[in-house]
Structures are given as structure tokens and as C-alpha cells.
Design a binder for this molecule. Structure first.
Ligand code: C5P
Length: 222
């Protein structure tokens, strides 16, 4: 079988990364979480007090920032200027700021270039917002994964409980909805389903069921 590219897009907290990781592992492909790259540059912007509304400041920051992704046993390690930031990019502070940072054309241009390099000539499962529409337009399989905003907030809430984070459910739902709105309405490669993407509603699916659906679709395309 030929290795293929699998693009998984969808709104926030739809389970994309959890499911993408399982699919990649089953197929022996690498998994690339593109959101982590936007989160890493956002973390640096916060640390340096950069004005994230400014195109120039964002672009300048990018020029002196090195972002690396490294496949690991349970997914992917993220490095910013050589420092491991895999966990540090998951805070609520970064989450709330990332959509503003990722809307800049200069930021996207550079990230997309890096993402294409990472995916070059190998089997890959890549998740994000614009993978099927922009980053990998020729991916053999494109999936657009969603669930109701209530279900997504509920899942994030349950995840958080395990990790000892106590953000109220209503606040999570608000943050997720606000992020989806910004990501869908931005000018440069907004979140939207590619014409040739297959829609999977995971509201009533388990993680395993959703992963199995994608694996079946992938096998048909190898
Ligand atoms: O996937 P995750 O929720 O970690 O993504 C964080 C943010 O990064 C998204 O809300 C979006 O603003 C941005 N993003 C993007 N394009 C991608 C992946 C993520 O704009 N391909």
C-alpha cells in the first residue's frame, strides 16, 4: 500500500488530535498537530508582551522564532527556540490569544511552509483548520470533524477534570464558540470544510468509532 496524506480539520475541541493520533499510530504514519505551532508562537508573543493585533510585530516576532515538531511515543513534542513547550502551550491564556495571532497572513504563510515540509513524501495525518483547504490540497483523504458546541465543551470539561483544571463548563463553551467564530471569519484561510472533505459528526461517536471510520476511509484510498 502507498502511504497517503490525511487531512483532518474542524472546530475547536472536536477531538481531532486525539483521533488523528490513533489513526497515525495504527497506520505507522507521523502525526502533525498544526495548532501546536500557532500556540507556540502565541506563547512567545505573550512572554514578550508583543501587541498581537499588529501585523508588523507578529511578522517580526516570527522571523526570530524557531518552531520544531518532533514525533514522540504519545504524539508530538513541540519546541520553541529549542525549549520544549509541549505542555506550556496548552494554558487557557494561550488558548484565548491564539486565534488573534493565527489570523495574520505573515504568520500563516510561514507556518504553512513548515507544515508542507514536514508532510513531504511520507504518510502523514495532519490536523488543523486549513489542512484540506490550503496546506495539503491534494491529500488523498480529507475529513471535516465536528460535534455540537455543547458536546465539545463537555468533553473539554471532562478532560480538564482529570488534569485538575476547574474552568466552569459555561466558560469553556464560550471560549470554544468565540475561537470558532474568529477562526471561521478571518480573511486568510478561514476554518471551513473543503469541498472534497468527508464530514464526520462525532457527537454520538466514541473516540474508537471515529478513528475506525477514518481508518476505513484511509484504507479505501491506499
Ligand atoms: O488545534 P488547536 O485548538 O490547538 O488550535 C489552536 C488555534 O490555532 C486555533 O483556534 C486556530 O486559531 C489556530 N490554527 C489555525 N490553523 C491551523 C491550526 C490551528 O489557524 N491549521
Amino acid at each position: 500500500t502507498n502511504p497517503i496524506q490525511i487531512a483532518i480539520d474542524g472546530p475547536a475541541a472536536a477531538g481531532k488530535s486525539t483521533i488523528a493520533k490513533i489513526v497515525a499510530e495504527q497506520l505507522g504514519y507521523i502525526y502533525i498537530d498544526t495548532g501546536a505551532m500557532y500556540r507556540a508562537i502565541t506563547l512567545k508573543a505573550i512572554n514578550e508582551g508583543i501587541n498581537m493585533a499588529s501585523n508588523e510585530e507578529a511578522g517580526e516576532l516570527l522571523l526570530r522564532t524557531q518552531i520544531d515538531l518532533e514525533p514522540s511515543d504519545n504524539g508530538q513534542l513541540v519546541f520553541m527556540d529549542g525549549e520544549e513547550v509541549t505542555e506550556a502551550i496548552r494554558t487557557q491564556q494561550v488558548t484565548k490569544a491564539v486565534s488573534e495571532m493565527s489570523a495574520h497572513a505573515l504568520v500563516r504563510e510561514r507556518m504553512v511552509e513548515l507544515q508542507r515540509q514536514l508532510a513531504e513524501s511520507r504518510g502523514v495525518v495532519m490536523d488543523g483548520r486549513d489542512i484540506g483547504t490550503d496546506v495539503l490540497p491534494n491529500a488523498a483523504l480529507k475529513v471535516f470533524m465536528s460535534a455540537t458546541v455543547e458536546e465539545r465543551a463537555q468533553r473539554r470539561f471532562a478532560d480538564n477534570q482529570v488534569r485538575g483544571i476547574n474552568t466552569p463548563l459555561a466558560e469553556l463553551q464560550e471560549e470554544i464558540a468565540a475561537r470558532d467564530k474568529m477562526d471561521s471569519e478571518r480573511e486568510v484561510s478561514p476554518l471551513k470544510q473543503a469541498e472534497d472533505a468527508i464530514y464526520i459528526d462525532t457527537t454520538d461517536l466514541t473516540i474508537q468509532e471515529a478513528a475506525q471510520k477514518i481508518l476505513t476511509l484511509a484504507q479505501e484510498r491506499m
